[in-house]
Design a protein around this ligand. Structure first.
Ligand code: URA
Length: 430
């Protein structure tokens, strides 16, 4: 069937066959089908959707487009964690050493910042010399030595996702449930893990803005994981407000280091220990979730997780001095202050994320370079009391459109006389 016939078929809401999907994906990766036809195909999926079977077929076609990792030389379960993307989300930096300190094996494949959301690879690369693109033998040796390895997606690893993701980013087709499910799951299955904990973010700063969509995405992801024989737990967590005390890259690494030494923001700690608990349980290193969470807390309290964090930084090429003796690598600071007194009832994390992009923490186009040392400190968050003129955010920057960033931050905040009810960080577990 010609590419255009497959596009028309999906546009008209008909079900695609495995052959249709394979031909389109293979044709695109080999350069036989142009960007404009795949863009139209993605848009047809965006509006018409894919059922579970089609989503699995697309996932499989994407896996087959490149190489797969195999960690069979390391016995036991290989577990990974993935986040659908958020603002101030540094949880992966904490989870990998914590779970490794509890005996888990974690080949962690992470991404770069996307739109207003941050990316683990960008954060790690704020440590000069840290290498996320490793030779295959290095991946294996670091995983064996540290219990975890932090990797980026190389050209030959699920290339169909790499190409389609870049197209989706510029064609308004990111927020499609079957496309997100197949994008995430193709990478997770190909990286050689047997178990996955997915932190599915929900709220203004996430791709899933409401619980209904978040649950639907969870259903697709769980369905795909089960078909692939992957053990999975999905945790739907709050991304209505930013997570933790910093947004940026180097500043988030420093916040993670502090958290691994026991000084963590309360909500960040709660989410981290819960996700770590599920990783430990799926890896069969504990008999219950409670025991697993206790092990994770102990890994921080004993210093074991922080030790592994530093060890991995050295193994992946960076200098731990950037952690042990934090540097100030920005020139200017500017506070954004409360315009009235009261309680912060809302902090729109989408606006905060976009503000961080304006001072260089993220990319506005795919080709942009980022400023790893710019960032936002979140001094007050939802539920905190402020008096007029009190700083809520501090921008730390070298250049960028600071005026727009300040306006966005100001517009992100709502202040009221009444203290808001405490909201849970975890909405649901599936
Ligand atoms: N993360 C991914 O890897 N893919 C998506 O489509 C969205 C978030």
């Amino acid at each position: 069937m010609r590419a255009v016939d497959c596009i028309i078929k999906k546009r008209n809401g008909e079900k695609l066959t495995e052959e249709n999907i394979n031909e389109l994906v293979r044709g695109y990766v080999t350069g036989k089908i142009p960007d404009y036809q795949i863009s139209a195909f993605l848009m047809a999926i965006f509006f018409q959707g894919l059922d579970f079977e089609e989503t699995w077929m697309l996932t499989n076609a994407m896996i087959s487009s490149g190489k797969r990792f195999d960690f069979n030389e390391i016995s036991g379960i290989k577990v990974d964690k993935h986040s659908t993307g958020g603002v101030g989300d540094k949880v992966s930096l904490l989870l990998a050493p914590i779970a490794a300190a509890c005996g888990c094996t974690i080949p962690m494949m992470s991404g770069r910042g996307l739109g207003h959301t941050g990316g683990t690879l960008d954060k790690l690369e704020s440590l000069p010399g840290y290498r996320v693109f490793l030779k295959e033998e290095e991946v294996h040796s670091i995983l064996a030595a540290d219990g975890f390895v932090m990797m980026g997606q190389t050209e030959d690893f699920v290339p169909a996702d790499k190409l389609m993701y870049a197209l989706r980013d510029v064609t308004g087709t990111v927020e499609s449930i079957p496309l997100i499910a197949s994008s995430i799951m193709s990478k997770k299955i190909a990286e050689g893990s047997n178990a996955l904990v997915l932190d599915l973010k929900c709220g203004s700063g996430a791709f899933m803005k409401n619980i209904h969509d978040a649950k639907k995405l969870a259903e697709y992801i769980v369905g795909t994981a089960k078909t692939a024989g992957l053990k999975i737990k999905v945790v739907i967590s709050d991304m209505e407000r930013p997570l933790g005390r910093t947004i940026g890259n180097y500043n988030e690494v420093l916040e993670s280091a502090a958290a691994l030494r026991g000084n963590a923001d309360k909500r960040l700690a709660e989410l981290t220990y819960r996700l770590a608990g599920w990783m430990i349980l799926l890896s069969e290193k504990a008999a219950s979730l409670e025991e697993a969470i206790g092990m994770a807390e102990n890994a921080v309290a004993s210093g074991a997780a922080f030790k592994l964090f530093l060890q991995n930084i050295e193994h992946q090429g960076a200098d731990v001095d950037y952690i042990l003796n934090p540097k100030t690598l920005y020139t200017y600071t500017k506070n954004v202050c409360a315009e009235k007194s009261g309680y912060i009832t809302k902090m729109n994390s989408y606006n905060v994320g976009v503000a961080s992009v304006y001072i260089g923490c993220g990319r506005r186009t795919k080709e942009d370079s980022i400023d790893h040392y710019a960032g936002i400190e979140v001094l007050k968050n939802v539920g905190d009391k402020v008096t007029v003129g009190e700083p809520i955010f501090t921008l730390c920057y070298n250049n960028g459109d600071v005026q727009t960033a300040c306006e966005l931050l100001q517009s992100a905040i709502e202040i009221s006389d009444d203290k808001p009810k405490d909201s849970e960080i975890i909405f649901e577990e599936i």
